[in-house]
Write a protein that binds this ligand. Structure first.
Ligand SMILES: [Zn+2]
Ligand SMILES: [Zn+2]
Length: 391
């Protein structure tokens, strides 16, 4: 029987797990309940569990037979600081915390594959089930690698998966090479001089400085980055002041940059510093830029891209696998693992009707209909990569 039919037999249970995780979301490096739950399940399946890799991260190891071959499968576990607007029964029980990126679903799909593989054991080699903390900009992948992920748990290849709203359930998409942008976060701290709101001549207004910097930063993409290079600069936060009649002393700008090369990222950082310092200086204030490169661009390796696409075809057929999927400007810190080990990252359909609500939106929910497809793909990767040699 194909794995997906076997997995469908416990679809209800997977749905229950997914909704339980959805109802109890935890931010990066705080995934205590989630990692307890994952560890408990893996142990129940008879899989060896190693905890504390990248703080709340954990790895399950399943060895069958004598082959030295290895494979790593990775899911992420963290939520976002968003107030959920959904009203269904499994909505978040943690105020201001929400699984708005579907990591509840990713964790469940990998657990589903673990359960199936631990039972059927139809392979020869070692599988490492990698449950990563803190994917949303806090460096969970790097923390796991730093704690010896790939030395303690060697992986010849590694694969990851993310849901994609707008793509029908039961479909997959991927592309070779660069698929997702590299990302940086920035802070610009502006210091002026506080004054009475009615006496601007006595102060240096950091609100005016922050506004002009925000506008000027938009010229980097339009005037400094080559038009053939793709780049986004978004100021996403402006903070200043507490009173109607006080010119504050300080203002803060924060935001993110996305692009596909380190050269462009460096160019943006340099221009940002010149613009912020120059505008602030011209207006009598000071500005300090803190620029943090968080995610390298996600680059799929050629051979493994074909491998995972072929495995997806085994599950859903060629007509449901797009091998020339689109590039996206979002980032993903699985890219950090792909810099260390060959592998690939695929997108799985979260639905094109109601399931089309974008990730990071307060009305988002992972589509439980996708669970068996994702679990079956993880399973298929193991059965293909670690296939038993017949004598
Ligand atoms: Zn996300
Ligand atoms: Zn995500």
């Amino acid at each position: 029987m194909p794995a997906i039919d076997d997995i469908r037999a416990f679809h209800d249970e997977l749905t229950e797990w997914r909704r339980d995780i959805h109802a109890h979301p935890e931010l990066g490096f705080e995934e205590k309940r989630t990692s307890d739950l994952v560890a408990e399940r893996l142990e129940k399946f008879g899989i060896e569990v190693h905890r504390g890799i990248g703080k709340t991260g954990l790895v399950g190891r399943l060895r069958v037979g004598n082959s030295p071959r290895t494979i790593g499968l990775r899911a992420d576990m963290d939520c976002l600081p968003i107030l959920e607007s959904n009203t269904f029964a499994h909505r978040s029980q943690h105020h201001g915390r929400m699984h708005a990126c579907g990591h509840d679903g990713h964790t469940t799909m990998l657990l589903g594959a673990a359960r199936y593989l631990a039972k059927t054991r139809n392979f020869d080699g070692t599988v490492h089930f990698i449950f990563q903390p803190a994917e949303e900009g806090q460096g969970g992948a790097a923390a796991m690698v730093k704690d010896g992920l790939f030395t303690e748990f060697p992986c010849e290849v590694i694969f990851g998966m993310h849901n994609r709203p707008g793509l029908a359930v039961g479909k997959f998409q991927i592309r070779r090479g660069a698929m997702m942008a590299g990302g940086a976060f920035f802070d610009i701290a502006i210091t002026g001089k506080g004054a009475h709101g009615a006496r601007p001549e006595a102060g240096v207004d950091p609100v005016v400085v922050a506004s002009q910097i925000t506008t000027a930063l938009q010229s980097i993409v339009s005037r400094n980055v080559r038009p053939v290079d793709t780049c986004v600069v978004s100021v996403t936060q402006i903070h200043a002041g507490d009173a109607y009649n006080v010119i504050p002393e300080r203002a803060a700008l924060r935001g993110t940059v996305r692009c596909f090369s380190n050269t462009v990222m460096k160019l943006v950082e340099n221009r940002m510093r010149q613009i912020a310092e120059g505008i602030a200086g011209g207006l009598g204030a000071t500005a300090a830029l803190d620029f943090r490169n968080l995610f390298p661009p996600l680059v799929n390796h050629d051979e493994e891209t074909k491998f995972i696409a072929d495995a997806a075809v085994d599950v859903v057929g060629e007509e449901n696998v797009n091998r020339q999927g689109p590039v996206t400007m979002a980032s993903e810190d699985f890219s950090y693992m792909l810099e260390k080990v060959p592998g690939a990252y695929i997108q799985i359909g979260n639905g094109d009707g109601e399931g089309a609500c974008e990730v990071h939106n307060p009305g988002y929910d992972f589509n439980d209909g996708a669970l068996p497809y994702g679990a079956a793909l993880f399973t298929r990767l193991v059965e293909r990569r670690l296939a038993r040699m017949t004598a």
